[in-house]
Design a protein around this ligand. Structure first.
Ligand code: UDP
Ligand code: MG
Length: 138
């Protein structure tokens, strides 16, 4: 099976009405959308998704943010998608993100940074399983 990544438009990206722009960028890059779901993340799912961060000082505000509005959860497929998506997104702190990256073009905060993308193929597998049943993916 080809490489897949879990990509999610966060509540701030939904509010900014840039879902189409974000999808376009992945399509232009030649990646294939194999799953998509609009949802409101529960506190429990937030804790699972951000398991590595639950003990960090910023976690309470991260949970409030990520559960505070709807998100678009997606699975994208293609050669090298995990690393390429991270490059397309730019660094976590959008203030450091170059123009031309999604975060660099649409965000300026370390907390409210528009988009999530898996940081490794193993993370991608774990995150995809949290949000999708295998029958929901093409
Ligand atoms: N985050 C935050 N404050 C921080 C670090 C991270 O609010 O000091 C949030 C931010 O939304 C980030 C998410 O927690 O995207 C996950 O952090 P991570 O370091 O995994 O960054 P990412 O993988 O999203 O670039
Ligand atoms: Mg991360």
């Amino acid at each position: 099976m080809k490489e897949r990544s879990f990509i999610m438009v966060k509540p701030d990206g939904m509010q900014k009405r840039i879902v189409g722009e974000i999808i376009s960028r992945f399509e232009q890059r030649g990646f294939l959308l194999v799953g998509a779901r609009l949802l409101r993340i529960s506190p429990e799912l937030a804790r699972q998704h951000y398991a590595e961060h639950v003990d960090k000082v910023f976690y309470p505000s991260l949970e409030q943010f990520i559960t505070g509005g709807s998100v678009l959860a997606m699975v994208w497929e293609g050669e090298g998608i995990v690393a390429i998506a991270r490059a397309m997104m730019g660094p976590t702190d959008a203030a450091q993100a170059p123009s031309g990256t999604i975060r660099g073009d649409f965000a300026s905060s370390k907390s409210f940074n528009i988009i999530h993308g898996s940081d490794s193929p193993a993370s991608a597998e774990r995150e995809i399983a949290l949000f999708f049943k295998s029958a929901e993916l093409l």
